[in-house]
Design a protein around this ligand. Structure first.
Ligand SMILES: NC(=O)c1ccc[n+]([C@@H]2O[C@H](COP(=O)([O-])OP(=O)(O)OC[C@H]3O[C@@H](n4cnc5c(N)ncnc54)[C@H](O)[C@@H]3O)[C@@H](O)[C@H]2O)c1
Ligand SMILES: N[C@@H](CCO)C(=O)O
Ligand code: NA
Length: 435
């Protein structure tokens, strides 16, 4: 048996403890598949004495996690701390600069600093692996970076945040309140340390930016992403979507357009119930990629939680133990091309627009006039009755409009015409339909 692969774990939370558990439970098969044992040598986290339900007694403890990266008895640093900057980034830079391999579940760090870290890895002959960072347990980084490597991929989209998908599908099936379901997602270990990253769409955007780079061979461009989350979705929107034969899902979409520009957006959309993404419930994620020879690929599985995420982390470790050397983004960093961001205005879609309006005559006429003037053709219009009877908005009603397919710029123009209208009490919620 060859020498063990010696690893250090930074972070012993949901994912870190999950990795310790998996390595203990599946020791024999992981050793067989890796060709050598994978041994935890040292660990670090905030609190040394906390009971995490796993036995850490055989591992050295470092109070300063960066010290893990300079230990002579460590081959691979596994970063499971989180945060785009701060100690996680310092650890990653120190490890790679010292020629140690790095495995991370940290999508925020890869979305913001992935190119720098990949360059550092190349320079020092180290591996940078991040399967757990995108869609948790789904082997989508391996699937696109290796399995589909022979294809030109122009489009990738999917459900990339387990917390949001759990919230939306629970609200849909149980009618539960947003806040209650978010708390449950946190208790189940799905949410980020700051759940605003989940519900505001940022976490899905981190993952989409990484997927786009890997799929298209373009430089990671998180700053260019158009991001909206799910915080404004009400039970009434879910009911309306249902009546229209759709479900609401937070979907990330990236496309390398024919003009060479890169479209990247994370937003809640109405998905037709017949669409494969509509049946993706709970913390499940799904990624669709279209290759020019393989056709449409669909990856589905658990996107969050200790077991699925640990599964992806350990898969990366097995890869390293086997000596697989794949560039972090499929090609050397210097070959990743810069793509200008797309202007979404010309993109065509049906749109769901929901207004909260004052309950008085003439309001509907004002909205429909703006649609007419901006060239938005209305397919259906539903006045949904009083918003929260007796609540602070009891004088308002919800109005939902679905447009025929048309350019996004026309919808934006209609909403601009309505801006500042005293009849409309909050900014309209717009969601595109995908079918
Ligand atoms: N939970 C999931 O389902 C999941 C899935 C995929 C990826 N991730 C990613 O994995 C990483 C870890 O997530 P988690 O859910 O295990 O988080 P967690 O909050 O449960 O655990 C974080 C761990 O890091 C330690 N830590 C945090 N800041 C520290 C600091 N400044 N110094 C020392 N230790 C520090 C904490 O003590 C804790 O042990 C994050 O990057 C997250 O985005 C999580
Ligand atoms: N908070 C993330 C964890 C997995 O990356 C999610 O809910 O998808
Ligand atoms: Na993954």
């Amino acid at each position: 048996m060859t020498a063990p692969l010696r690893i250090a774990l930074a972070g012993l939370g949901t994912v870190g403890a999950g990795v310790v558990r998996l390595l203990a439970e599946n020791h024999a098969l992981v050793t067989a598949r890796a060709g050598r044992p994978i041994e935890v040598v040292a660990v670090s986290a905030r609190n040394r004495t906390k009971d995490r339900g796993v036995d850490l007694s055989a591992f050295a403890w470092e109070d300063d996690m960066t010290a893990l990266a300079t230990r002579d008895d460590v081959d691979v640093v596994v970063e499971l701390v989180g945060g785009s900057d701060g100690p996680a980034l310092t650890l990653a830079r120190t490890a790679l600069a010292g020629g140690k391999q790095l495995v991370t579940a940290n999508k925020a760090m890869i979305a913001h600093h992935g190119m720098e870290l990949a360059a550092l890895a190349e320079q020092h002959g180290a591996a940078l692996k991040y399967e757990a960072a995108v869609a948790g347990g789904i082997p989508v980084i391996k699937g696109l970076g290796e399995g589909a490597a022979a294809n030109r991929i122009d489009r990738v989209f999917g459900i990339l945040n387990g917390t949001c998908n759990y919230i939306l599908s629970q609200m849909e099936s149980t009618g539960a309140d947003f806040g209650v379901v978010l708390k449950a997602a946190q208790d189940l270990g799905y949410a980020e340390a700051d759940p605003a990253f989940d519900i505001e769409g940022v976490d899905a955007a981190h993952k989409l930016a990484i997927l786009a780079a890997l799929a298209f061979g373009t430089a990671v461009d998180f700053a260019a992403l158009d991001i909206s989350g799910i915080t404004r979705i009400r039970a009434a929107d879910i009911a309306q979507a249902d009546a229209l034969g759709h479900k609401i899902r937070l979907v990330g979409q990236a496309e390398l357009q024919a003009d060479g520009r890169l479209f990247q957006r994370v937003a809640p959309v109405l998905v037709a119930k017949s669409h494969p993404l509509a049946s993706v419930d709970g913390p499940t994620n799904a990624v669709v990629a279209e290759g020019n020879h393989v056709g449409r690929l669909l990856f589905v599985g658990r996107g969050a939680g200790d077991g699925p995420t640990a599964s992806a982390v350990v898969a990366d470790l097995i890869d390293i133990a086997r000596g697989n050397a794949t560039p972090a983004f499929g090609v050397p960093v210097g070959m990743l091309s810069a793509a200008a961001p797309a202007d979404a205005g010309h993109r065509k879609a049906r749109a769901y627009m929901r207004f909260v309006v004052a309950d008085r005559p003439g309001v509907l006429a004002e909205i429909t006039a703006a649609m007419r003037d901006a060239g938005v053709s209305i397919e259906s219009l539903i006045q949904q009755g009083r918003a929260e009877e007796g609540g602070p908005e009891s004088e308002s009603v919800l109005v939902a409009i679905v447009s025929h397919e048309g350019p996004e710029s026309a919808v934006s123009a209609a909403l601009q015409l309505l801006e500042g209208s005293p009849s409309i009490s909050e900014p309209p919620l717009v969601m595109r339909l995908i079918g």
